[in-house]
Design a protein around this ligand. Sequence first.
Ligand code: MOS
Length: 731
Amino acid sequence: MKFDTPAGANPIDQGRHIGRAVDRIDGALKTSGTARYAYEHPLPEAPAYGYVVGAAIAKGKIAGLHLKEARSAPGVLAIVTARSAGELGKGKKNVAPLLAGPDVQHYHQAVAVVVARTFEQARAAAALLRIDYQEEPGSFDLDKARPAAVEPEMPDAGDLSVGDFDRAFEAAEVAFDAEYRTPDQSHAMMEPHSTTAAWDGDELTIWTSSQMVDWWRTDLAATLKVPKDKVRVVSPFIGGGFGGKLFLRSDALLAALAARAAQRPVKVALHRPLVFNNTTHRPATHQRIRIGADRSGRIQAIAHESWSGNLPGGVPETAVQQTQLLYAGQHRRTALRVAPLDLPEGNAMRAPGEAPGLMALEIAIDEMAEQLGMDPVALRILNDTQVDPARPHRRFSQRQLVECLRLGAERFGWSRRVAHGSRREGDWLVGLGVAAAFRNNLVQKSGACVRLDRDGRITVETDMTDIGTGSYTVIAQTAAEMLGVPVEQVTVRLGDSRYPVSAGSGGQWGGNSATAGVYAACVKLREQVARQLRLPAADAVFADGQVRAGGRSAPLAAAAGPNGLAAEDAMEYGDLDKQFQQSTFGAHFVEAAVDAFTGEIRVRRMLAVCAAGRILNPKTARSQVIGAMTMGVGAALMEELVVDRRLGCFINHDLAAYEVPVHADIPHQEVVFLDETDPVSSPMKATGVGELGLCGVAAAIANAVHNATGVRVRDYPVTLDKLLYRLPEVA
Ligand code: MOS
């Protein structure tokens, strides 16, 4: 089915199932521990265990591999290195090879997998491996590499110039210019990257933890140099991804190679200390923001430049994209520069681009408001735009930023905020902060197969994944709505490359795109059902297990026949995203308290107001947003991969030293969704929300800290050492 004109009325609008707070249909499997994750996949024969060894240098060559001692260690079945692996190809989506040798491109890049009968034997043998390295100097410091940064070779990366920024900025009545820094961050998902691999002759199956089943299948086949149809990827349950499992990773490749070498199924999990340097991370940024406005606060000139680093061939962090679209202003410039760094590969992490971009932009807007003597909510509202400022013929398909800000301000008690000087509560300085949320809405082709059995049961199959987002549930709701059956009558099977290729879970496109694919398959199935029941398809109503049309009705199940009915289709998109700018909007409000003596920061209240198309399920959507807000607290106050500039690695590579929020750090979180449908996004009229929830949170916290203390911190995370000596004299 092709989607190239805005959606009209359709069965999804009925809202019998869609839009309801349905409990997760996979919830009991998760809470009872019976959902099988990749590493737990049961096998008919005893598996072997692979232990991955990461490179001990950041750049250079493997000069010698001494495997003898490890080979003769108890239980060892095989050791796979680049030398023994045979010729490997390279996946399209991997920058650095997943198995290094002889060249090493980054610290903890896999150099070997040791396979043994037990995990402990594999780990013990891995410690006996002796590897000689020829180390080469590398570039690990963004400050030093920055002058060498270049415009990335990708279309529409971020460079855009409208009007004459320099002149308008020069002439502005009020001008602001500052630089911000965001650190390298790690996805830190609960489930480390894990794979169980088994060969059957020349056919490989991996049970893995992947956000994008078809990307992994394609790249694994390419890397192993085997036909794609010989590779099956299964990923039904995923313990979090946040972008860290978008692309094929070393656990999957090494499990496949290890299983081939050991001639039995092999399980490989990246041990936690390996995850941080072996896999991808969100790259650090330096961002310069300049804003020029008239005295009333109207923005006339706005510029946002961002520098980040990556391995040669790697992508930049696209931190300037929201600045092209969020606020009005006639003269504008954005620029993106990427510098060569020999740190591990930088890549997508939840809301790549906007998340770090708004960490900077939304403090800058707060600073501008302060300089203008304006309320920061009012300044944002004043500079709203309903069209793409660079291409004024393109309207936003939906844009309720102003409504989010107004409603949020009212609900949060924003009017009680004191612009200068905070509220004092004992030792605590208390402040309020706000930030706008913005994330583009992307759509992706997505397919599904829907079957009707003679007992009226519906089965949906698609290679879509559920990374904790609620895909199982919203897909069941979609099929139930389209076919007029209760949600309990729908079985959803996900995450298997034997099923039709879906949008997968990435870029907050999964919910809308995957359900739209199910919608397309259901439309086809409805036509088949009507034909079987000899009812006119055009005006058939599917409800309560019945199909009604032309004054007649018949049970849905009667259409199935003895063998059932099945329909497969995919939703494909035309150019509506070119005709309209599709984005999602929100506003974050935060109350923070800072200890006047120690600088300790506590987030006390959080509110997010989101306008993100039709909310398919307010319960799973809220869960996405509160999870994202929690991640935003981490980004604001804790998360930072610390670069060791001598070794060229992230030195705090475990969950003890890479800090993320725990329960005690998180206060009550409130989420409000505005009533909205977006007929331009898909027949579901939904958009993304899972990444929107993160966008702006960290800046709202930093702004609240500033409101509380008067201290402006421009480099994240906002930790107490950056406040301590600048706190007001209050004692
Ligand atoms: Mo997202 S960073 O595309 O999983």
